[in-house]
Design a protein around this ligand. Structure first.
Ligand SMILES: [Zn+2]
Length: 736
C-alpha cells in the first residue's frame, strides 16, 4: 500500500464474527474423472458451455493428463457508491461507479497419483486481508471438510488501488479506508468462495505447462536510490533494478479445451491514481479483461476460460516506465488521462502473457506438494549465518516517518528518507524510544496497539511446488532485490529435488506491509519505512522459508509456532452508512432519462446518457451489470457491452434529497457494427421496510454510422423503450 495511513479515529463497535450456514458436501467426493459433482449451492457444473470464440486445442491428442485441472471466476465488485478505496489513503477517493468489474479467479490443481491438490486464487483487490482469507477457509471447510485448508489454498491479490476498501479487521487498515464495510466484506468473501467452488466443479483431466520470458518497458523502479545501496557485485548479476521476467502457467484439459492462464509479473497496479473514483482492476484487471475477451469468457458460466494476472516482488516497482514526475512529484501519464496509461500497461502485460501462452511451453510434471506455517515475526531470533555472525532479531511491528512521504504512485505529506541519522530532534526522539528498529524513526508502533496489534504480526508463509516450479507465498510487498534473495534461498534448498524455477507470489493470504533489504532499509524511503519488523525482516523471511523448503524436501510436516489472534473480537471502525431511502425528482420515475443520447454517432465518439436512478449499493448486481449497450438485430435487441467492458463507464453521483444521478458512457469502438443502438440502465430502489424494487431505464434509439455513410436502415427499428427480447441477454442470467 502506499501513502500515509490514517492514525486517528475512534474504536467504535465490536463485531463478533458469525459463521454463515453453508451446505455441506462430502469431501471425499472429489472428482477423479470428467464428471463434475453436483454442488448443493450451485447445481450441476456446466461443463458443456462452449466459449463464444472457439479456441484451438493444444496438442490434445498427444498430451497425457498428469493432473486434474479446473478454473472458476466470480464477481467481487463491492459497493459502487460511497466506500473509500484501499491503497492511496485519500479520504476523498470514495467509489462513484464502475470502470471494470473486480473478479476472483481460481484454479484447482489435483495430482491424482498422490491425491494432493492446491487452489491458486487471484483477486482484484489491494491485498488479501487475514479476515477475508480466514472467512473463505471457514466456508470451504463447511462445504468440503478438510479438502481445502490454509495449507493448500493460496489467495493472492493483484494490488489494484481502485477497489473499495474496509476489508481488514486490523485497525490500521480499516481506519485507513474509513472503516470496515460489511457489505464489501461479504461480497468479496462470497466471490472468492464461489470462484473456488466453480474451479472445483469443473475439474477434469488435463495438463499444466509453463513459459517464461521478459517483459520490458512495462515497469520502473520507484526507489532507485535505495536499490543502489545493495552490494555492487549483487547488482551486477542483474541487468535492471526491476525484475522483468513474466512466468505464465497454461492450463488445458485433455479433451483439448483451454482452461485458463495464470501469470506473475512484478508491477504495482497503480496506473490509475488517487483521483480515480471508479472501481477498476487497474492494469492487471485490464490485462485479464483483454485475455478473457479474446477467449470468449462468459462470466455467468462455470468452466469458462479464466486469465489471472498475479503480482510478484513489486514493492519498489511502478507501472510508469519512461514517464516524468509532475509538479506533485507523481508519475505523469504522457498519453493523457491515467486511464490511457492503464490500458497501455494492461495491454503490454496481456500481449506478453498471450505470446508466452501461445508459444513454446514446458510441461510441469513431478507432482504437487506444499508447506505452510504461521510465524510470529514480532521477535524472531535470526540465525547468525544470515547476519554475519552477530546476534539479531526482528522487532514488533512499526512504521517509520517516511511512510507519510508516499511514492511517485501517490505522494504523501512528508519527505522520504527520514532516518535516525537525521539531525531532526523529532526523529532522534523517536529513535531513542524504539532502538530495535535501527535507523527507522518509528511514527507508529503498530505491533503495540492498546488492545490488540494494529497490523498482523503472526503471518502465514507458504510454499507450493508444482513439478519444477515453486511458488513462494508471502503476505507482503517485497522489493525487487528482496524477492530475488528469497527466491535464491528457497531454490537452493529445492534444486536437489528438481525444482528449477521460483516465483515470488506476493500479496498472498494476509497483509503485513513491505520488505526491503537490510541495505535498502538504511535509506528509509517509503518501502523501508513500511518494513514492519525492522532491518532483519527479510532475513526472517529467508530463515523461515528455508525451514519450510527443507521440510518440503525431506517430507516433514511444518507445525505452526504461533496462531494468529482472533481479530473478529477486536473493535472495528465501521463505515458510516448512508441513511436509507431513494427518491426520484418530483414527476420523474426511477430509470427516467434526464439527458438523452444524440441522434447519430460515429466510431471514436462517446455516447452519454443520464438517468434518475436508485442508490447503487441497494443491490450491487453481483454477476450482473448496471448497464447494457444494445444493438438492434433482426431477432431483437442484442447486448454488446456491459459495465465490466473497458469501453463503458457507469457513474453515480448523489443529488439533492436522496436522488441518484446515473450516467452511462460508451466509447464507440473503431470496429463497431454500424446500426441502431440504445443504452439500458438497471438498478434497485429501496422501498418500504427495506424492500428492493427493481427498475429499468432505456435511452432513445440512436444510429452509429461509419463516417460518410448512410445509416443502416435495413435493420428493424424497434420502438423507443421496447423491452429487450427475452433470451437475448445471456450474460445476465444470474443477475438479481
Ligand atoms: Zn504497494
Amino acid at each position: 500500500m502506499i501513502r500515509a495511513l490514517f492514525l486517528g479515529g475512534v474504536l467504535l463497535l465490536m463485531v463478533p464474527s458469525t459463521v454463515p450456514a453453508t451446505a455441506s458436501a462430502d469431501p471425499s467426493a472429489a472428482p477423479t474423472s470428467h464428471t463434475a459433482p453436483t454442488d448443493p449451492l450451485m447445481g450441476p457444473a456446466d461443463a458443456t458451455d462452449e466459449p463464444r470464440t472457439a479456441s484451438a486445442p493444444h496438442n490434445a491428442s498427444e498430451t497425457p493428463a498428469p493432473f486434474l485441472v479446473g478454473s472458476g471466476v466470480y464477481d467481487i465488485t463491492g459497493p459502487p457508491a460511497d466506500v473509500m478505496m484501499a491503497g492511496y489513503v485519500e479520504f476523498s477517493q470514495t467509489t462513484h461507479g464502475i470502470h471494470t468489474r473486480l473478479r476472483s479467479r481460481a484454479f484447482v490443481l489435483v495430482d491424482p497419483a498422490s491425491g494432493r491438490r492446491v487452489v491458486l486464487v487471484n483477486i482484484d483487490q489491494i491485498a488479501v486481508f487475514q479476515a477475508v482469507s480466514e472467512r473463505v477457509l471457514e466456508r470451504l471447510r463447511a462445504t468440503f471438510g478438510d479438502l481445502y485448508t490454509a495449507e493448500n489454498v493460496h489467495i493472492a491479490a493483484t494490488h489494484t488501488h481502485t477497489a473499495p476498501g474496509g476489508l481488514s479487521d486490523y485497525f490500521m487498515y480499516s481506519s485507513g479506508t474509513a472503516g470496515f464495510s460489511q457489505q464489501n466484506f461479504d461480497i468479496v468473501v462470497d466471490g472468492i468462495y464461489q470462484s473456488i467452488v466453480r474451479a472445483h466443479q469443473s475439474l477434469a483431466p488435463g495438463t499444466v505447462r509453463m513459459a517464461r520470458g521478459d517483459l520490458l518497458d512495462s515497469s520502473v523502479s520507484r526507489s532507485p536510490d535505495a536499490y543502489l545501496l545493495n552490494p555492487q557485485e549483487e547488482r551486477d548479476r542483474y541487468r535492471a533494478n526491476v525484475d522483468t521476467e513474466m512466468t505464465v502457467l497454461r492450463f488445458d484439459r485433455a479433451d483439448g479445451r483451454e482452461v485458463g492462464a495464470l501469470s506473475w509479473f512484478a508491477v504495482h497496479a497503480t496506473s490509475l491514481h488517487s483521483d480515480t473514483t471508479l472501481i477498476s482492476g487497474d492494469n492487471k484487471g485490464y490485462a485479464s479483461y483483454l485475455f478473457e475477451r479474446a477467449k470468449g469468457t462468459r462470466y455467468d458460466t462455470a468452466g469458462t476460460f479464466v486469465a489471472a494476472f498475479a503480482n510478484a516482488n513489486a514493492g519498489d516497482v511502478s507501472p510508469y516506465p519512461g514517464s516524468r514526475l509532475n509538479r506533485r512529484k507523481e508519475w505523469e501519464c504522457l498519453e493523457g488521462p491515467h486511464i490511457r496509461c492503464n490500458a497501455t500497461s494492461g495491454r503490454k502485460q496481456y500481449d506478453r502473457a498471450r505470446a508466452l501462452y501461445d508459444g513454446e511451453t514446458e510441461p510441469l510434471e513431478g507432482g504437487i506438494d506444499f508447506r505452510h506455517r504461521y510465524v510470529d515475526f514480532s521477535s524472531l531470533e535470526i540465525d547468525p549465518r544470515l547476519t554475519g555472525g552477530a546476534p539479531a532479531h526482528t522487532c514488533y511491528g512499526a512504521i517509520g516517518l517516511s511512510m507519510l512521504a508516499g511514492t511517485p504512485d501517490g505522494i504523501g505529506i512528508t519527505r522520504p528518507g527520514q532516518s535516525c541519522t537525521d539531525p531532526s530532534f523529532l526523529a532522534r526522539l523517536l529513535c531513542l524510544r524504539h532502538p530495535c528498529h535501527g535507523v527507522k524513526p518509528v511514527g507508529l508502533a503498530t505491533g503495540r496497539g492498546l488492545l490488540a496489534p494494529l497490523t498482523p504480526q503472526v503471518i502465514p508463509l507458504q510454499l507450493i511446488r508444482i513439478g519444477p516450479l515453486v511458488l513462494i507465498g508471502v503476505p507482503a510487498e517485497l522489493t525487487t532485490m528482496s524477492g530475488r534473495r528469497l527466491r535464491e534461498t528457497v531454490l537452493k534448498e529445492l534444486e536437489p529435488m528438481g525444482v528449477r524455477h521460483a516465483v515470488l507470489a506476493g500479496y498472498a493470504n494476509a497483509y503485513a506491509g513491505y520488505v526491503a533489504t537490510r541495505e535498502e532499509y538504511q535509506r528509509q524511503n517509503y518501502e523501508g519505512a513500511s518494513t514492519h519488523f525492522g532491518e532483519w525482516t527479510l532475513a526472517g523471511y529467508q530463515q523461515e522459508m528455508q525451514r519450510l523448503a527443507v521440510a518440503l524436501r525431506e517430507g516433514r510436516p511444518t507445525p505452526s509456532s504461533a496462531t494468529p489472534p482472533d481479530m473478529s473480537k477486536a473493535f472495528r471502525l465501521r463505515t458510516p452508512h448512508r441513511i436509507p431511502g431513494d427518491r426520484a425528482p418530483w414527476g420523474k420515475a426511477f430509470g427516467s432519462v434526464s439527458v438523452d443520447a444524440a441522434d447519430r454517432y460515429t466510431p471514436g465518439m462517446t455516447v452519454e446518457v443520464r438517468f434518475w436512478g436508485g442508490y447503487p449499493n441497494n443491490d450491487p448486481l453481483i454477476q450482473g451489470s448496471y448497464l447494457e449497450v444494445q444493438r438492434a438485430a433482426p431477432e431483437g435487441w442484442q447486448t454488446i457491452a456491459y459495465d465490466w467492458d473497458a469501453e463503458t463507464r457507469f457513474l453515480w453521483k448523489a443529488g439533492w434529497f436522496k436522488t441518484s444521478k446515473i450516467t452511462v458512457q460508451w466509447d464507440i469502438p473503431a470496429d463497431v457494427v454500424p446500426g441502431r443502438y440504445r443504452i439500458l440502465h438497471r438498478g434497485h430502489t429501496l422501498g418500504r421496510k427495506g424492500r428492493r424494487l427493481p427498475y429499468e431505464g432505456v435511452s432513445r434509439v440512436f444510429a452509429v454510422e461509419r463516417p460518410g455513410t448512410v445509416p443502416a436502415d435495413s435493420v428493424p427499428h424497434p420502438a423507443r423503450g421496447a423491452a429487450p427480447a427475452s433470451g437475448e441477454v445471456v450474460i445476465l442470467s444470474e443477475a438479481r
